[in-house]
Design a protein around this ligand. Structure first.
Ligand code: COA
Ligand code: AMP
Length: 630
């Protein structure tokens, strides 16, 4: 049933746009407030919108205390399943509350109060959830940095967020190696100009570095910690900052509020994902990404679910049957991951033989997001698992789905290649470059008519002007998603990919601009370009092209190797830049703009028309063999 007809989805969608106050105040009843809001939307500072301006609450209370008070104390809140350390650990709501209240006591003892920032550099361990919720308990603002980022990226985030405390683990564990975090934290602090007052280190048994006198040991501090209660905060106060890549400039600190976030995520868990209180959900992502923030931690806990925290990979820990083992063992009702994970499983086990013997009868749906869902993966996963495969499109900025099949509310007929229909609260429009809405079937810029629903970003940390300039200026009255796409005549949305230089590598969002900055910093490099090219497994991978300075007479392979290492050391292994080619010159327009898109199309096997503004078409011809040769 499409949204023009009369079902539950259609009426919810219409009401969310016609009467946002009524719709979201009703949804807000699923949250426990210290002072219940009397209003939902606050448009006084438009285009900067706020939600629930007079509401007061505590997010941690809603995620933990109220469930214990309501009798869920013995239910598992978190099931930690870590094949890389061969560990399983069940944490009940009562246990998670106790740890969180005591770690909040540790943070308070280190001077953290309402509004202070705490940077968390933690892998997929229960303490990551404890630390996030402990910040929320104090009204402090956490900022989790993904473990795959190197010291420089951590330093940039520390300088922007200016945390009172940094909390890190001693190590992260990848299938083939243990990553020592402490040297990365030390290097980041040496590079950063901001000094946190304290660094807390969680010593994992796999790696126990020596701590400096000033460092605080997690276990020692917890041994004498007193639990503390929840600090009331305004619904509009920040809950967290999560950095994400933009086209240019430093990473953007996406700010999430407390009230709108709690209401939206609680609503989404039942209405989009169809998971009810007491059920088991599993999101195989990482707490360092928005998918992890929203659907490993906050939405399941706000709903009173059991959330599986999986420290492992889809393949290699130990094999491509790992997901089936976890889903069966913990009887998960939903599995949410990125399409890359399924492409990796399919590559290793094309016939899905490793599914045999695993009872997935509890699984009701598979959700995929983070990158475009290719039809092959969609079909393969659906055929193998025999449950609906739900593509959902969203981004760090929105915090929860923009377009999805809201199976909890009312499942919609799906169409191949489309994540289905706009979620209630989101007014999705397709505009041409002049800001005029295009007819159905025509490609354009995907934008969201303001206001966006609760739970979406309230701005960029400390920089409203950048928020307005980056997202709200191209098409006044609309939020620019950065994605291109179209709608069909029935309102189904098709997302075709980024219109900027952001690339998506294995569901990880990365900026080619920041990789170019690193390459350009090499003393032998005169100019460079990084493009995202299609990759069977990861969707896209970055490739570098560099021109050496006149007079540099070195082996190109040697320079290329240094450049690959430089990106890995500066941005992190997650950048996955494995190939850099030294070329005599780069194709440009007459005004000097490098033709990145044309190069990308050639590398992807297309035969693009060179733009009429090209300075010298022979440059492109000379480059063709390098670009197409794999
Ligand atoms: N900490 C430290 N390093 C990390 C890391 C982390 N949390 N996550 C990844 N890395 C490293 C990897 O070890 C790898 O290092 P290498 O170059 O030495 O091999 C590098 O970063 C690239 O990682 P990745 O892009 O994940 O590639 P991979 O080849 O290791 O694994 C997949 C491929 C498909 C198995 C993997 O990308 C995956 O599980 N994807 C699921 C997608 C996902 O969870 N997306 C999150 C958004 S929903
Ligand atoms: P991130 O902020 O890291 O979640 O990345 C968001 C970007 O990933 C979006 O702007 C899209 O380009 C892409 N993306 C996420 N989910 C989907 C999806 N379901 N289909 C197509 N692209 C997606």
């Amino acid at each position: 049933m499409s949204r023009d007809q009369g079902g539950a989805y259609a009426s919810a969608y219409r009401r969310s746009l016609d009467d946002p106050d009524g719709f979201w105040l009703a949804a807000a009843e699923a949250i426990d407030w210290i002072t219940p809001p009397t209003r939902a939307l606050d448009d006084r500072a438009a285009p900067l919108y706020r939600w629930f301006p007079d509401g007061v609450l505590n997010t941690c209370f809603n995620a933990l205390d109220r469930h214990v008070a309501a009798g869920r104390g013995d239910q598992a809140a978190i099931v930690y399943d870590s094949p890389v350390t061969d560990t399983r650990r069940r944490l009940s709501y009562a246990e998670l509350l106790d740890l969180t209240a005591r770690f909040a006591g540790v943070l308070r003892g280190l001077g953290v109060g309402r509004g202070d920032r705490v940077v968390l550099y933690l892998p997929m361990v229960p303490e990551a959830v404890v630390a996030m919720l402990a910040c929320a308990r104090l009204g402090a603002v956490h900022s989790v940095v993904f473990g795959g980022f190197a010291a420089h990226e951590l330093a940039v985030r520390i300088d922007d967020a200016r945390p009172t405390v940094v909390v890190a683990a001693s190590c992260g564990i990848e299938p083939t190696r243990t990553i020592a975090y402490k040297p990365l934290v030390d290097a980041a602090l040496a590079e950063a100009t901001h000094r946190p007052d304290h660094v807390v280190i969680l010593q994992r048994p796999q790696l126990i570095p020596e701590l400096a006198d000033a460092d605080v040991d997690w276990d020692t501090a917890m041994a004498s910690a007193e639990p503390v209660g929840c600090v009331p905060v305004a619904a509009t106060d920040p809950l967290y900052i999560l950095y994400t890549s933009g086209t240019t400039g430093p990473p953007k600190g996406i700010v999430r509020d407390n009230g709108g976030h709690a209401v939206a995520l609680r609503w989404s868990m039942e209405n989009i994902y169809g998971v009810r209180p007491g059920e088991v959900s599993w999101t195989a992502s990482d707490v360092g990404w928005v998918v992890g923030h929203s659907y490993i931690v906050y939405a399941p806990l706000l709903t009173g679910c059991t959330s599986v925290l999986y420290e492992g990979k889809p393949v290699g820990t130990p094999d491509a049957g790992a997901f089936w083992r976890v889903a069966a063992e913990h009887r998960t009702t939903m599995l949410f991951t990125a399409p890359t994970a399924f492409r990796a499983i399919r590559k290793a086990d094309p016939e899905g033989k490793l599914l045999a013997g695993h009872d997935l009868s509890a699984l009701r749906a598979l959700f995929l997001a983070g990158e475009r869902l290719d039809p092959e993966t969609y079909r393969w996963a659906g055929d193998l698992l025999g449950v609906p495969v739900v593509d959902n499109w969203w981004q760090t900025e929105t915090g929860w789905p923009i377009v999805a099949d809201p199976i909890g509310l009312e499942p919609q007929p799906t169409r191949p290649g489309s994540p289905t229909l706009p979620v209630p609260g989101y007014d999705v429009r397709i505009l041409d470059p002049d800001g005029v809405e295009v007819p159905p079937g025509t490609d354009g810029c995907v934008v969201l008519k303001l206001p966006m629903p609760p739970g979406t970003l309230t701005g960029l940390w400390g920089d409203d002007a950048r928020y307005v300039a980056s997202y709200l200026t191209a098409f006044p009255g609309h939020y620019l998603t950065g994605d291109g796409g179209r709608k069909d005549a029935d309102g189904y949305v098709y997302v075709m990919g980024r219109t900027d230089d952001v690339i998506n590598v294995a569901g990880h969002r990365l900026s080619t601009g920041s990789m170019e900055e690193v390459l350009a910093g090499h003393p032998d490099v005169a100019e460079c370009a990084v493009i995202g090219v299609a990759d069977e497994l990861k969707g896209q991978v970055p490739r570098g092209l560099v021109v050496l300075k006149a007079g540099v007479d070195r082996e190109p392979a040697e320079v290329a190797e240094e450049l690959v290492r430089r990106v890995r050391d500066t941005i992190g292994a997650v950048a996955a830049l494995r190939r850099v080619d030294v070329v005599p010159t780069l194709p440009k327009t007459r005004s000097g703009k490098i033709l990145r898109r044309t190069m990308r199309d050639i590398a992807d096997g297309k035969r693009p028309e060179p733009p009429s503004t090209i300075e010298d078409p022979t440059v492109l011809d000379a480059l063709r063999p390098t670009l197409v040769d794999e």
